[in-house]
Design a protein around this ligand. Structure first.
Ligand SMILES: [Fe+2]
Length: 290
């Protein structure tokens, strides 16, 4: 049986979240849910999550899993909020430990933050099974954009996170700490071995050329026409392109709040003695000198 896939677009961060469901067993997984965040005020919000919760309620769907494809650097995860409202287990790739250790150092976190993945309910490795009702899901490790990146294959539906985008959008940057263009190339080669008709669902779409946001393509379309990574693109070509492009890219708008919260599985940092949760800003660490 193939899953029903319902996409949700978060316009402020150009992020696609998904509900993957077995409509017969009435069970679902949510992939990469977004917590709204206003950087000016430091306020978080749950409007994007409310749309997902309404969809779950309308379909009578039990939430079994809240799955992250990686610790995102461009939006905050609403996994804990969704869990508080609808249940489910929060899972991410086991490589999150390495990401946590790296960013614990960069953000100067103290002993309260233990970089062993304990903030998540479950850490997933390549080949692990993730069941949604009668639909078999499988974890495919796809490092490169980040070292914790995984894709999820449910039936014929593949959720690729930040690996490739839509064919006219190319591929994800590989210049974050732990990123590696050659590794991303090899990860995508693995995905390109899946059946040509496999439905591919991307994590972001930045509307290249001003077209409307799109979320779904196929392995065949990616192999034939991805502007960064076709079936006949060599590793050397890809790595050279990726490195040349990555040095021109700005730091993502929300990297500082996103990473601090997402490596905590979406939880805010522990409240301080005044009851307020604070983020840290490492000065002159990210990006290029002004
Ligand atoms: Fe990302």
């Amino acid at each position: 049986m193939q899953p029903t896939v319902t996409p949700f677009f978060h316009q402020p961060t150009s992020t696609w979240s998904y509900v993957v469901s077995d409509p017969v067993a009435r069970e679902a997984a949510v992939i990469d849910p977004v917590l709204d965040y206003d950087w000016r005020s430091g306020r978080t919000g749950t409007a994007a999550s409310a749309a997902i919760l309404a969809h779950l309620a309308a379909g009578g769907l039990r939430l079994r899993w809240i799955l992250e494809t990686h610790a995102h650097a461009d939006h905050l995860s609403s996994a804990p909020y969704l869990q508080s409202q609808a249940g489910g287990q929060i899972a991410i790739g086991v490589g999150i430990r390495q990401v946590q250790a790296t960013f614990k150092r960069i953000f100067g976190f103290g002993d309260e933050f233990v970089p062993d993945g304990r903030q998540f309910d479950l850490l997933l490795a390549d080949g692990d099974a993730v069941q949604v009702g009668g639909i078999d899901g499988r974890v495919i490790a796809t490092p490169g954009h980040t070292s914790d990146s995984v894709s999820y294959l449910f039936g014929d539906a593949l959720f690729v996170g930040d690996t490739v985008f839509m064919p006219d959008g190319g591929s994800a940057r590989c210049d974050f700490p732990g990123g590696d263009a050659a590794q991303l190339f090899r990860s995508v080669q693995g995905l390109y071995q899946l059946p040509a008709t496999t439905r591919v669902f991307v994590c972001h779409d930045y509307s290249p050329g001003g077209r409307a946001p799109l979320c779904e393509t196929t392995i065949a379309a990616q192999r034939e026409s991805n502007i960064h990574l076709r079936a006949d693109t060599t590793e050397a070509e890809y790595v050279a392109m990726r490195r040349a492009r990555d040095v021109t890219l700005d730091v993502p708008n929300l990297i500082i709040p996103s990473v601090q919260i997402n490596i905590r599985a979406g939880h805010l940092p522990p409240a301080e003695s005044d009851g307020v949760s604070y983020l840290r800003v490492p000065l002159n660490v990210f990006g290029r000198p002004l």
